[in-house]
Design a binder for this molecule. Structure first.
Ligand SMILES: [Zn+2]
Length: 429
């Protein structure tokens, strides 16, 4: 989990720096540069040259290579933690090939190494580039080849295992929704909200509640997964004594919306009642954290989706997003509970990659939520506030109701009429 401090610092490093998006309009950059900043001869980055696919390819490599597996190709390593320790907790030791000062000065974790004798440290990619004496791009290219050929296999095997587990969890929870009497009542409730059977099937929505306690765990055990795997991944929880076990999702007592990536793989489930509950999934966060942190609905496909729309509306709940999509609003997205400070900055990067302007809803005359929304968004988007606008929604209604009663055109016109967040701060309403 990100602490508040870590979140803010990573926003600077990841959100505003590495992603390289245009966080200020060109006119504003020019104005600030002329008025207050010293003139520089350094070329300004070309915002349109940002290649999101390339950034994600780099991140994928961080997810896919196990540091110990790469280093073991060059020096003999000894596992110093228990053999059955979870992969991300394993510690390896071995001789450092860069200083040879002692036999086991090198320590290696899942994603990093360091030498206690000479101080050299870094990721698997750093190690490979240094020991092979190649550039970083060449190291990346070669490591991708080693992954594709199956020579580096450890982490990908675990990812594939977890994806298979989640796929079966998705299939089973969908079955609970569409094939059981308790699920039928949930489907009726969804229909009342305007989410029909077609959407339930297309989105493969699921259901979990205490009435089915342990059913998913039993199903996955019968399917060939071990209890240890289910607990490590976070699908199954056990009581402190270990005597009782239950499904993590049953505590949601709600319809479940699968979180999918662009390849259609399931990463976990969102619940409309508790959207916070599973933004992070234990297993996926340990074996594919970069991919997990940038997941949004719908998953973008770069470069096709880059700046696809002029505006994108940031839905407040999974249900709001699905309702808008069902009624033809194609430029809405759900990135998680964006008023929460643990939301990874990479999700803002994903959604800002889709459109020039991000629109959020505020309710007219609803002062307290407005202040809360502004406080949170100022923290998260301080470097790109010119890309944030607010839509005013009449008190006593929701976007879901508006789109159901007045259609997608009403939402589009509301987004077109959105105003800069500063208008709210200045009282120009
Ligand atoms: Zn060393």
């Amino acid at each position: 989990m990100l602490t508040r401090r870590a979140f803010l610092s990573s926003m600077v490093v990841v959100g505003a720096g590495a992603s390289g998006f245009r966080f200020q309009s060109e006119s504003k950059q020019a104005r600030v540069g002329e008025a207050s900043l010293p003139q520089t001869t350094e070329p300004k980055p070309n915002p349109e040259s940002v290649d999101l696919a390339a950034i994600e390819r780099w991140e994928n490599l961080f997810d896919d290579v196990e540091c110990g597996e790469v280093i073991a190709q060059f020096v003999p390593l000894t596992l110093t933690s228990e053999a059955d320790e979870e992969p991300y907790m394993r510690v390896w030791k071995g001789p450092c090939p860069f200083c040879s000062k002692s036999e086991d000065s090198l320590s290696i974790l899942q994603s990093a190494y360091w030498c206690h004798a000479c101080g050299t440290n870094g990721t698997a990619i750093d190690f490979y580039a240094r020991i092979e004496q190649v550039s970083l791009p060449e190291a990346i290219r070669r490591l991708e080849i080693l992954l594709a050929s199956g020579q580096l296999r450890d982490r990908r095997a675990l990812q594939e295992r977890y994806w298979a587990m989640m796929e079966e969890a998705r299939r089973f929870s969908h079955h609970l929704l569409v094939d059981t009497p308790k699920g039928a009542s949930q489907c009726e409730r969804l229909a009342e909200q305007g989410i029909g059977r077609e959407t339930v099937g297309r989105r493969r929505l699921g259901f979990a509640c205490p009435a089915f306690s342990g059913a998913l765990t039993d199903h996955l055990l019968s399917y060939g997964f071990s209890l240890c795997e289910l607990v490590d991944h976070g699908l199954t929880r056990t009581s402190p004594t270990g005597a009782k076990r239950y499904d993590f999702y049953e505590t949601m007592r709600d319809v479940l919306m699968p979180i999918e990536d662009a390849q259609g793989r399931c990463w976990g489930f969102l619940s409309n009642a508790r959207p916070l509950a599973n933004v992070y999934h234990d297993g996926m966060m340990t074996v594919a954290p970069k991919r997990m942190q940038r997941l949004i609905l719908p998953p973008p496909i770069w470069q096709e989706d880059a700046r696809r729309s002029e505006r994108v509306y940031l839905a407040r709940t999974p249900n709001e997003w699905i309702m808008l999509e069902e009624h033809g609003v194609t430029n809405a997205a759900y990135i998680g509970p964006w008023t929460d400070e643990i939301l990874p900055p990479a999700r803002f990067r994903s959604v800002l990659g889709r459109a020039d302007t991000l629109c959020v809803a505020v309710w007219e005359k609803d002062r307290l939520p407005q202040a809360r929304i502004i406080e949170n968004l100022l923290e998260r988007m301080s470097a790109c506030l010119d890309r944030l606008k607010v839509c005013r929604v009449p008190v006593g209604t929701t976007l879901s109701e508006l789109v159901r009663t007045q259609g997608a055109a009403r939402i589009y016109s509301m987004m077109e009429a959105s105003v800069p967040v500063s208008r709210l701060l200045l009282g120009d309403q």
